[in-house]
Design a protein around this ligand. Structure first.
Ligand SMILES: [Zn+2]
Ligand SMILES: [Zn+2]
Length: 736
């Protein structure tokens, strides 16, 4: 063995060997019981960051279950990430002095498609660099035709069940990016803005948005506000900047008598509360801000001004004409902004498709309460239920080209909408007209990724790799075998966007929960606990760290000290420390190797066999200790306490096995003690394999000529009952 382990020589070679052997396919354990994890699909266009590296948790679980003998499937995929990708692409267009408006829909889509394809391999290669044992033969993309088929079927079914409807409502719209968002996607930012007190006839009313005044269709007061009670139901007349205006005074509970003067203007087209007031009182809608972010012709001489300019010009004119009582300079309030470009979002009236969420939520909450889904850590169960309780109807229409186009057509003659599973309808179902126009909008990306666990498995058939005695025949689909999936593992920060929706759609479409356990990992922060970001310059690049210290060191660093659901600080020192651990392991292996050449024909023994050989007290104690280590590691992994498993292994291998035991054995090495030493080391390699797969594979290969990835997880006859039960369930495959 070389004096120093060189990860650069070994990692790629080993990964290829695993892949060539078909070790990542569940068929490698043909008789095992199914165990499955669907990889949260990274954005197909973006390079990897440390958040993705946390999927090491999934790899550890998959490798452990593979070693138990389970038919373990870890299915990779990529997300088209509609808005995110189109945003990045448009930025690139901008650099070339172009914009999305320079191209027709088809051309733009094709250009983004090529752009994404050009970048796609990057992400996949980076996942490979981390040693992730994903079954690449089952790779899925959210825009695969078969996946789209599933997504369309779900939409049609929702529509048939009247859980999808089309309605005109206000939407949070980014006038720069040209699309609406759901309420979950809105970034709420605190702003200091002037508060304007405008004169409206007998009233003075306060607003931060004088520019929407031409869209007013009423003024409102609280029905019990004695100051204004006499006005309710009457009309007021006053001078606005573009002529005389008459507005009705309505009494509505939504008005806060404490805000401003207790009188507010009602602009149903541009404010969510006003929209509701408008509905209650049958008020007209007047759109004074267009989708381009400029004032419409309703604003008279102010038409064409952008919102910000309009606010300045109009407030100045109001002051000049004596129509402004006063301006309070610093009014603190929360503003909805675009999470990508930072622009203030405009509430704008728009027809869209909505999902009626309440009925779907009911089943999801029930599944959580009935423990059909186990949540790790447990505290997130409550978080999920709280989100479910607060979900509103979800608008899934996005005004983007990059995405899955909504399979709905409008009849130009009678305005009827026809929804299909993707096929263009021949004629209107109501009036037989053939003048049908497809909805230009695409689905919110979360609508398709919310169906990911079943959409991937339904669109994938089992691989053709046939093994002797295989129970998997070519007809059995992945969906039948692997759904519900075993574990969903993801960062907690996408809990409401993604995880909750997967539960909703999973139960709705398949009648079953999409996963039996959901595990949330924490976020990776820098050594000072700050969020990593390009602007702060504190980003650590996982690939650089792999180059420098090995994938094993990166993996171990991510698990060590990181319990489920808690954020962790990651410093380069920690990764370096784990590289040192790998070096320690290599040195142990070298010591054994040197002695091995003198004892060539000695075979590795099981723990139970070793007990019979052991005569020395120190040997007996070490055998017991390794048994205990095996039990503890198994229990921790089963309970998703991967940090405890990793820490226990690290401590034991370094301080008990290397520092104490080997130091002692060195002086008395003989045939028996060598067998014990060698066998106990092999067991530790197996226990370490899911965490640091490359170096353990390298050593195991050198020692045995076999492949560690498909070896069985250590077990022994007198194991405690729960560990025994785990080992027994893979007994079938061992016999096979
Ligand atoms: Zn924006
Ligand atoms: Zn029609």
């Amino acid at each position: 063995m070389d004096k120093i382990y060189n990860h650069k020589d070994s990692e790629e070679k080993i990964y290829n060997k695993w892949e060539e052997a078909g070790a990542f396919k569940p068929e490698i354990n043909p008789n095992g019981k199914p165990f499955s994890i669907i990889l949260p699909p990274p954005n197909a266009n973006a390079p990897l960051h440390f958040g993705h590296a946390m999927y090491v948790v999934e790899d550890i679980l998959i490798r452990y279950h593979r070693m138990l003998g389970d038919a373990s499937l870890w299915l990779p995929g990529a997300d088209h990430a509609g808005f995110e990708t189109q945003f990045v692409f448009e930025k690139q267009l901008q650099k070339e002095g172009k914009s999305r408006f320079d191209y027709d829909r088809g051309t733009l889509y094709k250009m983004i498609w090529d752009f994404v394809q050009g970048n796609r391999g990057t992400m996949e290669n980076q996942l490979k660099r981390l040693g992730f044992s994903l079954d690449w033969s089952r790779m899925k993309f959210t825009l695969d035709p078969k996946v789209i088929e599933v997504v369309y079927k779900t939409f049609k079914k929702l529509h048939d069940d009247e859980l999808v409807y089309r309605d005109l409502k206000l939407v949070n719209y980014c006038t720069k990016d040209g699309t609406g968002f759901s309420d979950l996607e809105v970034l709420h930012v605190e702003h200091n803005d002037p508060l304007y007190y405008m004169k409206y006839g007998p009233f003075v009313l306060a607003t931060v948005r004088p520019e929407t005044k031409f869209g007013d269709t009423a003024v409102a007061v609280h029905p019990k506000d004695l100051r204004y009670k006499e006005y309710i139901g009457k009309e007021i007349e006053f001078e606005s900047l573009i002529g005389k205006v008459r507005l009705r005074v309505v009494g509505d509970e939504a008005v806060d008598p404490e805000f401003g003067t207790g009188v507010v203007k009602v602009t149903p087209s541009h404010d969510f509360t006003d929209f509701e007031i408008g509905k209650r009182h049958g008020l007209a809608m007047k759109q004074v801000i267009g989708f381009d972010g400029k004032l419409t012709e309703i604003a008279g001489k102010y038409e064409g001004l952008k919102v910000k300019e309009a606010r300045e010009v109009i407030s100045k004119d109001l002051i000049d004409q004596g129509l402004m009582e006063k301006v309070d300079d610093k009014y603190k309030h929360t503003v909805s902004t675009c999470y990508k470009c930072g622009r203030v979002l405009e509430p704008l009236p728009m027809e869209q498709w909505f999902i009626k969420v309440k009925p779907l939520v009911k089943e999801s909450v029930k599944a959580l309460k009935d423990k059909e889904i186990k949540v790790v850590p447990k505290r997130f169960e409550k978080t999920m239920i709280q989100w479910f309780d607060n979900f509103h109807d979800w608008n899934i229409s996005r005004q983007l080209v990059w995405g899955i186009r909504i399979p709905a057509w409008k009849c130009e003659k009678c305005d009827e909408w026809i929804v299909t599973e993707g096929q263009s309808p021949e004629k209107c179902a109501k009036c037989n007209s053939k003048e049908l126009v497809q909805d230009p909008d695409t689905f919110d990306t979360w609508f398709s990724s919310g169906q990911w666990p079943f959409a991937t498995l339904m669109s994938s058939s089992s691989s053709k790799l046939k093994t002797k005695n295989s129970k998997i025949d070519e007809d059995s689909s992945d969906f039948e075998k692997f759904y519900p999936t075993s574990v969903m593992e993801t960062a907690y920060d996408i809990l409401p966007w993604w995880v909750c929706r997967m539960v909703m759609f999973g139960i709705y479409t398949t009648g079953k929960v999409p996963f039996k356990t959901v595990y949330y990992h924490g976020l990776i922060r820098d050594s000072k606990g700050q969020k990593m970001s390009k602007s702060k310059g504190n980003v650590i690049n996982p690939i650089e760290m792999i180059e420098k210290y090995s994938a094993d060191a990166v993996r171990m660093a991510l698990v060590f000290g990181a319990s489920a659901g808690n954020d962790q600080s990651l410093a380069e020192e920690k990764i370096r420390g784990m590289r040192n651990f790998a070096n320690k392991l290599w040195n142990i292996a070298r010591f054994i190797d040197i002695n091995r050449t003198q004892n060539l024909k000695l075979k590795t023994q099981s723990l139970d066999e070793l007990e019979k050989i052991a005569k020395e007290e120190a040997d007996k104690r070490m055998i017991e200790a390794v048994k205990e280590l095996t039990e503890k590691t198994t229990k921790h992994v089963e309970k998703f306490e991967l940090n405890l498993a990793a820490e226990g292994l690290y401590e034991f291998v370094w301080h008990e096995f290397a520092d104490k035991y080997i130091e002692d054995v060195k002086n008395r090495i003989n045939k028996e003690s060598f067998i014990i030493l060698n066998s106990l080391f092999i067991i530790q390699l197996k226990l370490l394999h899911p965490f640091i797969p490359f170096i353990t594979e390298e050593i195991f290969g050198k020692f045995t000529g076999n492949m560690l990835i498909t070896e069985r997880w250590p077990s022994f006859a007198k194991a405690s009952t729960d560990v025994k039960a785990l080992a027994d369930r893979s007994a079938g495959s061992r016999r096979g």
